[in-house]
Ligand binder design. Structure first.
Ligand code: ADP
Length: 517
């Protein structure tokens, strides 16, 4: 029978995946390849946009071949992507004018400092965009490209260049590129540019002018679940409708079926991202979180989230593997860390790109404290896992603080403390980490049966747009628990650990100055 499947493209920071899902939300086939990371200078991170697009075509081919399917079997395609990563390309040639500037890249530090110094400090645009001024977001990355690439500003002002986050770049290429490709983004990705007004869901032309980004190069903002166009005829997905776009963390919320106010998930990949569904009103954070769009289904009202973003968690494991060589594979960190009963007094604060939420300190750099002759690589491994758990605890504390500060009779549901945290991402394969996480949070941690929630969320949103699933209640009925970890650490021990972690964080601050970048 035709069109029994949905295909999700998940273009992540370290790899590109295509996954085919059936009507039960079960994974039928996966294609995956690694993405090359380009590090031109300390703190700079780039991807080749042409390679990104080629990787998508390759993984789609692999997934379809493994499932023995063709485009005729696919009801719709959903796209989810690494967020904030910025591409600027020439509309007539289809060629990028520069490598993609990845979300972790800190080259815009001076630029964002200058914007804040012009008035308002780091919160200059927070009221309108939900975001603090930080190197993380796409708008200033675009300013950098227009300033630094010879001829780019003139070409942009003449209307020849297009801006996009990775979703936009992929959609444009999927739907024909220079031959009629659509130039659109969705509300979730647009909410990470620092150029979109969170309430109107439209570009804020004043901010764009202040960032010197011509509005003519910005894509049209659409919902997260609608038919944007069809895949071009010359590709493997010829004629298939592209029907969902969600930034990766918002897609994971969708795949975790966090549709109720007060539900939260944490995704542990290269970095870690915790989102809390706050309903149809954006909630301002006073404790270092971001206000972001969670999803919007067609014409329905947008749903918002509070988000805590941590830049470095899984990538610290990669760093132990690739830079220090104390493990040969990421999975080896678990037995190594489990070979010692505790961290031996060692704390690692992996502020490789400064600290993101809730600190937002670009002047921080990584630090290891508490070293003695007693410390071994096993203590380092344990401290690395604990760094992930502690950074997530900081996010939960900030969410609870924001929740308490807005709780009142008018707030009704969603003002209670979190009762469980749904988890996903590459690191949740690590049982020791999950137990540590439950211990450090004092809240149960739950892993779903389908851990590929990011791709699943994109598939669900695409399926809903084309009637493959009837709505959020339909997809939520497919969510099921695989494993649950309950807190076991005595409260006094948890508090002591967390106090030491916070002390370690203070040691990482204020490192960058005029002659240290
Ligand atoms: P992303 O989507 O950000 O590319 P993934 O969700 O695929 O990332 O997760 C990959 C990350 O998880 C890597 O940074 C890797 O170091 C980490 N990782 C993978 N397996 C384990 C493990 N068993 N224990 C700890 N970390 C792991």
């Amino acid at each position: 029978m035709a069109q029994q499947y949905i295909l999700a493209v998940d273009q992540g920071t370290t790899s590109t995946r295509a996954m085919v899902f059936d009507h039960d939300g079960a994974v039928v086939a996966v294609g995956q390849i690694e993405l090359r990371q380009v590090f031109p200078r300390p703190g700079w991170v780039e991807h080749d946009p042409v390679e990104i697009w080629a990787s998508v075509r390759e993984v789609v081919g692999i997934a379809l071949a493994r499932a023995c399917l063709t485009h005729q079997d696919i009801a719709a395609v959903g796209v989810t992507n690494q967020r904030e990563t910025t591409v600027v390309w020439d509309r007539t040639t289809g060629e990028p004018v520069h490598n993609a500037i990845v979300w972790q890249d800190v080259r815009t530090a001076d630029l964002v400092d200058q914007m804040g110094a012009a008035g308002g400090g780091p919160d200059r645009y927070r009221e309108r965009t939900g975001l603090p001024l930080a190197t993380y977001f796409a708008g200033p990355k675009t300013t950098w490209i227009l300033d630094e690439v010879p001829g780019a500003r003139e070409a942009a002002e003449a209307g020849r260049l297009a801006f996009g986050t990775v979703d936009t770049w992929l959609l444009w290429n999927l739907t024909g590129g220079t031959c009629g490709g659509v130039h659109v983004t969705d509300v979730t990705n647009a909410s990470r540019t620092m150029l979109m007004d969170l309430r109107t869901l439209e570009w804020d032309t004043d901010i764009a002018a202040e960032m010197r980004v011509p509005v003519s190069m910005l894509p049209q903002i659409c919902s997260s679940s609608q038919v944007y166009g069809r895949c071009a005829d010359d590709g493997l997905l010829a004629g298939v409708r592209v029907a969902a776009v969600l930034g990766d963390q918002q897609a994971a919320m969708f795949g975790q079926a966090c549709f109720e106010v007060g539900q939260a998930k944490s995704t542990y990949g290269t970095g870690s991202f915790m989102l809390l569904n706050t309903g149809t009103e954006p909630v301002a954070s006073h404790h270092g979180l971001l206000t972001t769009v969670c999803y919007q289904l067609g014409d329905a009202e947008a749903v918002y989230a509070l988000e805590g973003s941590v830049a470095v968690t899984g990538s610290l494991v990669q760093w132990l593997r690739d830079n220090l060589g104390i493990i040969a594979a990421a999975s080896e960190i678990e037995p190594l860390a489990a070979s010692v009963p505790d961290n031996g007094g060692v704390y690692i604060v992996p502020a490789f790109s400064g600290l993101f939420a809730p600190h937002w300190r670009s002047d921080a750099r990584g630090t290891i404290v508490g070293l003695t002759r007693y410390a071994t690589s096993a203590h380092m491994a344990r401290a690395a896992l604990e760094a992930t758990a502690f950074q997530t605890r900081e996010l939960l504390d900030a969410m609870n603080a924001d929740r308490l500060s807005r709780a009142g009779p008018a707030q009704g549901q969603g003002s209670g403390a979190l009762t469980e945290l749904r988890v996903d991402g590459g690191m949740v394969a690590n049982d020791l980490l999950m137990q540590l996480q439950a211990d450090v949070l004092g809240v149960p941690v739950v892993r779903p049966t389908v851990a590929e929630t990011t791709a699943l969320g994109a598939a669900y949103a695409a399926g809903i747009a084309v009637g493959f699933w009837s709505g959020t209640a339909d997809v939520a009925s497919h969510w099921s628990q695989d494993q649950r970890w309950t807190p076991q650490m005595p409260a006094a021990e948890r508090d002591r650990h967390y106090r030491l972690w916070r002390k370690a964080v203070t040691r990482s601050l204020d490192w960058v100055d005029d002659d240290v970048r």
